[in-house]
Design a protein around this ligand. Structure first.
Ligand SMILES: [Zn+2]
Length: 506
């Protein structure tokens, strides 16, 4: 095991150190002394001790590492395979349950590829919301050891779900052939099996499987979980003080379906009844939250994880960012699945966070670049329950950071650190990345994983995965038209608010 306690002390010398509370445009120059995993001191001209590695950062910008607060490592192999698929159709094509068990070799390689891109893009903490098929200890160990190999921090969660039906099921015509209906309905599982597996893994591996690994809980969505399952997750969260992530109102269909069930009108009420509506809860997506829902989230001290790219690629709509901001709700950022967003890049997510509000609101707004940088770091840290360790560069905090070369065109001329990180940069300026005080990227390349060898190994197994995806696509072909029709049916349910603009007005 590569414990981060064994790393050489490091002095990052002469860089401009980004401070959320300091000069966000022209950060002051300072040295950063790192001992073990922690930042020991930050200040000008720190003395050089014996045995310290010096990283020269003159002409460079030192920025806290990003938290990717929503990611699923299970479909890395499906990157680039799909396009123009609204959410429920995409689900049919991407759900791991439809692919069956994968070889441990594939699981290791896909986890490494995801970790590699994220580290290269300055993401030092990954919240992996992983669907395991089957739920098997060997898969958990394979994924965690791949993350350890890459040297990235991971907040790991095994997705839990006992109701298998597609979210769109309530809008499907009743006269579908039985075989088609079965594919929409899927096979339900037992809440107790889901809970026992997750509890057993936490017990077996401990609350901190390695120095860089902690747990989260991931009930897939309120409509995909029974009350028993949600209550069990709430109990685990209370017992171990674990953050909870769950998809809520990602699509209009989900909100419309909730309206049609008078017994359970609000997915937030379902979460509240299960004991999940508290400061450990992270609402993922939240595109179709009402004003009442937003007040309820603020009241509970829960957060929202914004995934702007997948929301657009799957045609889910635009989350009410300004309303969340005005309600004082933390917004963390996620990049979601590879098969519906294609890249793990928080620079793009930050940019979209700042730009998307203009789609619905022409007034100047307060979601500025500096706010986006907080969303990507401190708010992400709170989302994953690590706010005491990561998200800012301060003495006592863990050294999770990136060093950007200010000679890159994105930063020339250097007028504003915050604005150019958010609006100009996409990751190319990243030279060095540290996680837990250990350099994992140097000169823009991973030092923990041989990237060329990894690419070659993935190319060997990729044709077989593409064949499986093609087989599934062929099997799903007859469902596309009925699903699109059901989508249109759901449009007839009035929600009283919109997340698309200009629709039907021309
Ligand atoms: Zn997701």
């Amino acid at each position: 095991m590569t414990g981060s306690t064994q790393v050489t002390p490091i002095l990052i010398r002469g860089g401009r150190v980004y401070d959320h509370d300091g000069d966000i445009h022209q950060p002051a120059q300072a040295d950063i002394l790192i001992h073990g995993e922690r930042i020991e001191r930050i200040g000008p001209n720190l003395a050089v001790e014996d045995g310290v590695e010096i990283i020269d950062a003159v002409g460079k910008l030192v920025v806290p590492g990003f938290v990717n607060a929503h990611y699923h490592s299970h479909d890395v192999m499906a990157k680039g395979l799909f396009e123009e698929m609204p959410f429920d159709i995409w689900t049919l094509h991407s759900n791991p349950a439809n692919y069956g068990p994968r070889a441990l070799k594939e699981v290791r390689l896909r986890t490494l590829v995801g970790a590699a891109e994220q580290l290269r893009n300055g993401i030092t903490t990954i919240q992996d919301f992983l669907t395991l098929v089957p739920q098997d200890e060997a898969l958990v160990d394979t994924v965690l050891s791949a993350y350890e190999e890459a040297g990235v921090r991971v907040v790991f969660a095994v997705a839990a779900r006992d109701r298998a039906a597609l979210d769109i099921a309530p809008f499907m015509p009743r006269d579908l052939p039985e075989a088609v209906r079965k594919r929409i309905a899927g096979s339900d599982r037992k809440a107790s099996d889901e809970l026992e597996f997750i509890a057993a893994q936490i017990k077996r591996l401990g609350l901190k499987p390695t120095p860089l690994q902690t747990w989260a809980l991931a009930p897939s969505a309120p409509q995909r979980c029974s009350q028993e399952l949600l209550e069990g997750i709430a109990a685990l969260s209370r017992e171990h003080e674990l953050p909870v992530f769950t998809h809520v109102y990602e699509t209009r269909i989900q909100a419309a379906a909730a309206r049609q069930q008078p017994a359970a009108p609000s997915h937030l009420d379902i979460l509240a009844r299960a004991g999940l509506m508290n400061e450990r809860l992270n609402i993922v997506h939240g595109v179709w939250l009402t004003a009442h829902d937003i007040a309820q989230i603020a009241e509970a001290g829960a957060r929202v994880v914004h995934n702007p790219v997948s929301n657009l690629k799957l045609k889910s709509g635009i989350a009410p960012i300004l309303d969340l901001y005005r309600a004082g709700i933390d917004v963390a950022l996620g990049c979601d699945n590879y098969s519906c967003a294609e890249t793990q890049n928080i620079f793009i997510a930050m940019r979209m966070l700042c730009l998307l509000p203009a789609v619905t609101d022409p007034e100047p707004h307060p979601v500025h670049a500096a706010y986006a940088l907080k969303a990507a770091t401190v708010m992400g840290a709170r989302a994953v329950g690590l706010e005491d360790k990561i998200g800012a560069l301060k003495p006592g905090m863990t050294a999770d950071l990136m060093i950007l070369d200010l000679n890159e065109p994105a930063f020339v001329p250097f007028n504003s650190a915050a604005r150019q990180i958010v609006f100009s940069e996409a990751g190319r300026a990243i030279e060095t990345v540290l996680v837990g005080g250990r350099p994992v990227v140097r000169n823009g390349k991973l030092v923990t994983v041989d990237e060329a060898a990894l690419a070659a190994a993935v190319e060997e197994i990729a044709p077989a995965f593409r064949r499986d995806a093609q087989t599934l696509a062929t099997r799903n072909a007859d469902l596309t038209a009925p699903l699109l029709n059901a989508n249109r049916e759901a449009w007839k349910v009035s929600l009283g608010f919109e997340r698309y603009i200009g629709r039907g007005t021309s």
